[in-house]
Structures are given as structure tokens and as C-alpha cells.
Design a protein around this ligand. Structure first.
Ligand code: BEZ
Length: 259
């Protein structure tokens, strides 16, 4: 779920405590899109705290989870122990595997990994011919209200326009990237998933976690003023009177490596 530049801003426990919805909402990506088989070796790319990796391991031969964050990998190793499960700190831009996996899985990680061309080429090399990639990531329009409220808060404060670190492709853009890496796209689905951010401070906690790399150039005082103002700006659209509901948009794909 992270890349090397944002990898170690948060702990595994913090992630599980505040952001569990990210993996809980995607359990059907494992059952309905990946469909792990008992004899398969599967790579989980950007495995985070390993919750979905462990779910895959209940049905697969072996699962190897990788993430750029040493904290996430340590948290995954401490919680999920099985004979057919392994974890490793690894940079998705330099995958060392050659035809070692029947399938690659990735949830809520690829939007941290732009540019994706090299990542998908490495994934293709990691798969056996005909092997499949099942992925979910943020899609076009993801967290647009959140992004715009931060951009406006920065502008109002006379601060530089910071570019967010994520990539949220349209279905067409994702298909083009996958095909350029030698995949045939079998399924593609863009859909809205409004996501509750737990607690009255849910918006702030989300930005402090997921936005920490984005807002890192600011001083602590500037950062907290920007987050406070962004919260005010986003409130009419994202606060429903009881909860913060983030405007998540997800993009799922199932693609096969060419033979
Ligand atoms: C997401 O999972 O949609 C997401 C993660 C980090 C930043 C923005 C969106």
C-alpha cells in the first residue's frame, strides 16, 4: 500500500486501527476476482498489514506478501503466521521474480506506485505465461473532494500548490498500461465506494495518515492549519451529520499475461 517515499509514516497498528475499511471492503476481490487455487503460488504486491494476504493463504498453495514499508511487513509477520505464507520488504519497481507465480494480487497499493509501466512489466515477468493479475486501486475521481479541499486550503494560505503523490487512472488509461506490459485485460470495473472514516476526527486522521507524504514539505503549524481548513471546506459534502464519508472511487482489473 505504500511506496518508498511514503512508506514509514505510520505504524501497522495505526493502519489497522483507523484504516481497516481499506482491506475489509476488498475481501471479495480475493474470492470473486483472484479465486486462489490450492496448488498456486501467489504474490501479494503492496500487502500492507497482510490481512488479505492471510485470506488468500487460506485457499492458495503459497502466498508471498511484499511491501515497501518495513513497518508494515513487521506488522504482517507478527500477526499472520502460517506455513504457506511469507512476507518481505521489496520495491515494486524492482521486482526480482521470474515466472515464479501463478497469480499476482494487489489491493489499494498501485495508486502509490506511479509510474506504473515498469511495475506492470515486473509483474508480467513474475508470472508464469497465462498467469493472472487481479488488482484494485483508486480510480479516476478518487477522493476528489478531499484533494480539492486541500488544494484550496493551500491556495488560501498562500502556500505552494503541492502535487499529491497518487495516480488514479481511468479504465482506459489502466487498460493501456496493462496492454503495454503484455497483458490481456479480461475484466475492468470502475465504481464508487463511499467510505466511512471512523470518528469525528476521521477526516483529519485520514489526511494525517494517507496525506503525510503529500503535506510533508509544510511545517507542522502550516500542516495543521491546512488540514483544519480542508476539513471545513469538505464538511458540506463529506460529513453526513454522524460520520465522515470519503468519496472513494475504485478501479478493479483482471488481466492475463500473454503466453
Ligand atoms: C485509496 O485507497 O483510495 C487511497 C489511498 C491513499 C490516498 C488516496 C486514496
Amino acid at each position: 500500500m505504500t511506496n518508498p517515499t511514503t512508506a514509514d509514516y505510520w505504524s501497522a497498528e495505526q493502519y489497522r486501527g483507523r484504516h481497516a475499511f481499506v482491506y475489509e471492503a476488498s475481501r471479495d476481490l480475493v474470492t470473486d476476482w483472484l479465486s486462489p487455487q490450492p496448488d498456486e503460488r501467489i504474490l501479494d504486491l503492496g500487502c500492507g498489514t497482510g490481512e488479505l494476504t492471510a485470506q488468500i493463504a487460506q485457499a492458495a498453495g503459497h502466498v508471498h506478501g511484499i511491501d515497501a514499508s518495513a513497518q508494515m511487513i513487521a506488522g504482517a509477520q507478527a500477526k499472520h503466521v502460517r506455513d504457506n505464507l511469507s512476507f518481505e520488504v521489496q520495491d515494486a519497481h524492482r521486482l526480482p521474480y521470474r515466472s515464479g507465480f501463478g497469480a499476482v494480487f494487489s489491493n489499494a497499493a498501485l495508486h502509490w506506485m506511479a509510474p506504473l509501466g515498469g511495475v506492470f512489466s515486473g509483474v508480467a515477468r513474475s508470472l508464469i505465461p497465462g498467469g493472472r493479475l487481479a488488482l484494485e486501486m483508486g480510480g479516476a475521481g478518487n477522493v476528489l473532494v478531499v484533494r480539492e479541499s486541500v488544494e484550496q486550503a493551500l491556495s488560501e494560505a498562500g502556500l505552494p500548490a503541492l502535487k499529491h503523490p497518487w495516480m488514479f487512472p481511468s479504465p482506459g488509461e489502466l487498460a493501456t498500461l496493462l496492454e503495454a506490459a503484455g497483458f490481456t485485460v479480461r475484466r475492468l470495473h470502475l465504481f464508487e465506494r463511499p467510505s466511512v472514516l471512523v470518528g469525528a476526527d476521521g477526516f483529519r486522521a485520514w489526511l494525517e495518515g494517507f496525506g503525510s507524504g503529500w503535506l510533508a514539505p509544510l511545517t507542522p503549524k502550516q500542516r495543521s492549519a491546512v488540514i483544519r481548513r480542508a476539513e471545513e471546506l469538505a464538511r458540506p459534502e463529506l460529513w453526513n451529520g454522524t460520520d465522515w464519508v470519503a468519496d472513494y472511487v475504485r478501479l478493479r482489473a483482471l488481466a492475463l499475461r500473454g503466453v
